[in-house]
Design a protein around this ligand. Structure first.
Ligand SMILES: *Cc1c(COP(=O)(O)O)cnc(C)c1O
Length: 426
């Protein structure tokens, strides 16, 4: 559920009318609802309340790394799952304690490892043997010890879009299931490491619990055999990936409660502290991308609704063929079928084709729903379009949490080489 509703015919974010934000900040602009983020954090934690040991819920920062979002979630009691030095510093800046931070990713550099070691994070989720060798060298060189889990690739098909599937053997992520014992044996022989767990994350926007259950079942078996081999497995990181409803016409994804029930059942008897890394589930429904119709152009069959947001602001439709609900901010009661596109010079800059939707005309505001995850964080400046501003709402208050990048700043970021700088003529 979310906190974007029509009041007196106009869409509000909590108690703030979206047109007021569009007037003040301009469009396109991302708008986040604090109440939705807080609710999702609470619902997820409640779904895991029956576990024998209190879990660490480490929000996947890459879903939405805005400082205001992180600070909101830090206050709601979440830790962080980071995949770069930049995300680590963002999490720390937002007040997330280092011992609530997990570091994932296949390409951690020695510099990033050292940064994380200096701050004393909870755990490194190591994705390969060469990575664990590098981490050992870095930690040992610093005279410290890195707490590690290996991320295991369980070779399970998550049943999601290929580009967000991470748990098949051909994906780049994790150590192959049948090489796990060799990896742990290698780590045990290296200095500067403390083996403490296993980790798994099979993909994103999962709409079925079965692949997760299959992956967790394999991890449970592995934990037993690793312990028999003498490895002190005390932590099991079960990743993120739970899907959210984008398209009301599709079946509703499993609820956090159903997920929590499955986890409790599968992990009963593991005697391990569980870690979770939800990203999308926490923030997706908490955000909309607010955009204005520039003009409506005649098409062969349906009209093209050209909006001032583009693929550089919201990449998911062009990257993953993602479906976002598209709503008029002030619906006039009529409906039509249209193609909704951005101004960028790519045919891929298309948000929806042949979409039955609320009628809009030039100058009207549109909201792309469920845009709080993997939205602003993926934005770029293609076509020299400045980065999208972001606004957070709480009750009847709202605040700009990322200002619109001035065009002058975008252009001034480049430098000319000396040989192209105009010479002073004598
Ligand atoms: C992206 C990612 C997540 C979050 O996935 P969601 O589908 O947003 O919950 C969690 N863990 C890892 C390792 C990731 O790469």
């Amino acid at each position: 559920m979310d906190h974007f509703d029509l009041r007196d015919g106009v869409m509000h974010a909590e108690d703030v009318a979206l047109p007021a934000i569009a007037e003040a900040v301009g469009t396109p602009v991302y708008v986040y609802a604090t109440a939705t983020m807080e609710r999702h954090a609470r619902v997820f934690r409640e779904a895991l309340a029956a576990l024998p040991q209190p879990p660490l819920v480490a929000y996947a920062v890459k879903a939405n790394p805005n400082a205001a979002v992180l600070a909101t979630l830090a206050r709601a009691g979440l830790g962080a799952d980071v995949v770069s030095g930049g995300e680590l510093l963002r999490a720390l800046n937002a007040g997330i304690a280092p011992d609530r931070i997990v570091f994932s990713g296949v390409g951690k550099t020695a510099e990033e490892m050292a940064l994380a070691l200096r701050h004393g994070i909870f755990q490194f989720n190591v994705e390969s043997e060469p990575e664990v060798e590098m981490l050992s060298a870095v930690a040992h060189g610093m005279g410290t010890t890195a707490p590690i889990a290996f991320r295991i690739n369980p070779d399970v098909d998550a049943g999601t879009h290929a580009k967000i599937s991470t748990g098949k053997s051909e994906n780049k992520f994790g150590v192959a299931y049948d090489r796990a014992h060799a990896a742990y044996a290698l780590a045990r022989g290296l200095p500067g490491l403390s083996i403490r767990g296993v980790a798994v994350h099979i993909g994103s926007q999962l709409t079925d619990l079965k692949p997760l259950e299959a992956a967790f079942g394999k991890i449970g078996t592995l934990i037993e055999s690793l312990r028999r081999a003498g490895h002190p497995i005390r932590v099991a990181d079960l990743g993120g990936g739970l899907g959210v409803p984008y398209d009301p016409a599709q079946p509703v994804p499993p609820s956090p409660a159903a997920y929590g029930e499955m986890v409790a059942r599968i992990t009963a008897g593991w005697d391990a502290r569980l870690v979770f890394e939800p990203g999308r589930l926490i923030v997706a429904n908490a955000g909309v991308l607010l955009t204005r119709v520039i003009r409506v152009k005649q098409g062969v069959a349906e009209p093209f609704v050209i909006v001032d947001a583009a693929m550089n602001d919201l990449m998911r439709p062009s990257l993953y063929d993602a479906w976002h609900d598209i709503r008029a901010v002030a619906p006039d009661g009529r409906r039509f079928t249209a193609n909704v596109v951005g101004p960028v010079c790519e045919s891929g800059d298309t948000f929806a084709m042949h979409r039955p939707m609320e009628h809009v005309a030039a100058g009207d505001l549109i909201a792309f729903m469920t845009a709080g995850a993997y939205g602003a964080t993926m934005a770029g400046t293609y076509n020299s379009r400045p980065l999208t501003p972001e606004v957070i709402v709480s009750g009847n208050k709202w605040s700009i949490v990322r200002a619109r990048q001035p065009l002058e700043a975008l252009i001034a970021a480049d430098n000319l080489p000396p040989w192209l700088v105009a010479e002073e003529t004598a």
